[in-house]
Design a binder for this molecule. Structure first.
Ligand SMILES: Cc1cc2nc3c(=O)[nH]c(=O)nc-3n(C[C@H](O)[C@H](O)[C@H](O)COP(=O)(O)OP(=O)(O)OC[C@H]3O[C@@H](n4cnc5c(N)ncnc54)[C@H](O)[C@@H]3O)c2cc1C
Length: 474
């Protein structure tokens, strides 16, 4: 079989053997599935050729962007991983939109748009992801507080089904496939291109940084986002960094990153950050609680997206010897308040608290005409304003007991989120059983399975545990 696969004539490259081992793991580094081959694809034609051979010889396929999922979503036992990422961005800029190939990394696209005075409305805090990988899960960032998610910015997409057919989809054309492909984790096929909205580029934003005495205090300040008549900041994010968070501001941090030794922060820090495009924008409706705290004010040299990306890049480098058991949850405000109290109780357990890197918060204000994406975290909540909470644990590579300990903790948090009417973010570590899956997505799972069968009668694309109600073995 290896010989047949290696002989597929594509513009990119295809290989088998030991070199594939890197693709047996994802960012989480906890689940292992070894593929037979990896195909670095560079065009739709490459993908279609691979699908044809896989169909003929019944070889399973998976699609991977930058591989930053945490629960094995891109892995493929004994099959071919379509490695769909490129350092050569491919896009066409229109006056208020961009048509981009999903192999492109956000960083390359945003840099090119900025040079033309444009920007993507929403970007994640780490920009090495592929356009396809993030749009297949959702995409939230500091600008979600006013702009919603990245999938909310997509006007049209082109998909290659697992049967090798090419379809254009939008709210007016193949509407159902549009709603199930975005945030659909590659189940319906490979999103090849998208047309997305762009906005004017604002360099040098002004930031107001606040410190909070407790998580309860922090979350109480978010209440001001619920009033539709309030003026909002242009950017918003908040975090509680755990006691074992690496202190990047320390002068010897670079040396530490090289040796892998951790210099720990040693205390919990709870902070929020409000950003404004320029001075004219800084009059926003602060919560009563925020009015009593004097912020530290700073300006960023270039732009917020690059500022976040650099910080996240350092953090991720510090975790190179850790398993990253990460997930995020989306909740409405009431659910968020209850969930943070629950987390505070959970983190009374010092053993668990030691594994926690960060609790991260974003606001997400849906567009007025919101399209309902079947598996998008925010689409599952009827309130216009929703909140994303990232729960990021890191466990040393050889600490198997720790992995199981954290896994049990994440099972409890998922149960809590579901009981509060929230939804998990499917890039992350979420053990969804059938009962939970049905209560979260109802008929949408059946619908996804039916669409998969319609578009891919021979079943080349494999359904992920999130859609079947199975769980992954560690
Ligand atoms: C360090 C870090 C920081 C993060 N920060 C944020 C953040 O600020 N905001 C946020 O919203 N999320 C964030 N995330 C989550 C991130 O958005 C997801 O992990 C995202 O999937 C990463 O993109 P990727 O290219 O690595 O995707 P992959 O992990 O490669 O793929 C994700 C899923 O999409 C499928 N897929 C990939 N490409 C395609 C395609 N072209 N067509 C169809 N399906 C495809 C894969 O099969 C898989 O199921 C973060 C994750 C990490 C690890």
């Amino acid at each position: 079989m290896s010989k047949i696969i290696e002989s597929i004539n594509i513009q990119g490259s295809i290989y088998t053997g030991d070199d594939v081992s890197k693709y047996a793991l994802d960012f989480g580094k906890t689940i292992t599935k070894k593929p037979l081959a990896v195909a670095n694809t560079t065009s739709a034609e490459d993908i279609i050729k691979i699908i044809a051979v896989a169909k003929k010889h019944s070889v399973p396929l998976s699609i991977r962007g930058a591989g930053h999922s945490c629960y094995g979503q891109t892995l493929c036992n004994g099959g071919i991983v379509i490695n769909n990422i490129s350092s050569k961005p491919q896009f066409k800029v229109h006056s208020e939109s961009v048509e981009v190939n999903t192999r492109t990394r956000w960083l390359d696209l945003e840099n090119a748009l900025n040079a033309m005075g444009r920007s993507l409305p929403v970007l994640t805090d780490y920009l090495t992801f592929s356009v396809g990988g993030t749009l297949s899960v959702g995409g939230y960032g500091v600008r979600s507080v006013t702009e919603g998610s990245q999938v909310d910015q997509v006007q049209k997409l082109q998909i290659i089904t697992w049967n090798g057919d090419i379809l254009w989809c939008s709210p007016d054309e193949n509407e159902e496939i549009f709603r199930y492909a975005l945030c659909g984790m590659g189940q319906l096929g490979i999103i090849e291109k998208v047309i997305m909205r762009t906005t004017p580029y604002f360099p040098k934003p002004i930031l107001h940084h606040y410190r909070h005495p407790s998580l309860e205090h922090l979350v109480a300040t978010f209440e001001s986002f619920l009033d539709e008549n309030n003026s909002f900041p242009d950017y918003f994010e908040a975090a509680m960094v755990g006691e074992n968070f690496l202190n990047f501001s320390h002068p010897i941090v670079n040396r530490i990153l090289k040796t892998g030794t951790h210099l720990l922060l040693g205390k919990k820090i709870i902070g929020s950050r409000y950003g404004f495009h320029n001075k004219e924008r800084i009059n926003f409706e602060k919560s009563e609680l925020l009015r009593n705290i004097k912020p530290k004010i700073s300006t960023i040299k270039d732009n917020y997206a690059l500022f976040s990306h650099r910080k996240q890049d350092k953090y991720v480098s510090s975790l190179h010897r850790q398993k990253r058991i990460w997930t995020d949850y989306m909740l409405n405000y009431e659910g968020l308040c209850k969930f943070t109290s629950f987390m505070e109780e959970e983190l009374q357990d010092k053993k668990l608290a030691n594994y926690l890197g960060v609790l991260y918060f974003l606001g997400n204000r849906k567009p007025k005409k919101k399209i309902h994406f079947a598996f998008e975290p925010a689409s599952g909540i009827k309130d216009r304003m929703t909140f994303l909470v990232g729960v990021f644990y890191a466990v040393p590579e050889n600490d198997t007991t720790g992995v199981n300990y954290v896994r049990e903790a994440l099972k409890r948090s998922l149960q809590k989120v579901v009981s509060l009417g929230g939804r998990p973010y499917l890039y992350g570590w979420n053990d969804l059983d059938n009962k939970m899956r049905n209560s979260l997505y109802g008929d949408s799972c059946e619908k996804m399975i039916n669409l998969c069968q319609e578009l891919d009668p021979e079943g080349v694309g494999k359904l992920l545990p999130s859609f079947t109600g199975e769980t992954n073995a560690v």
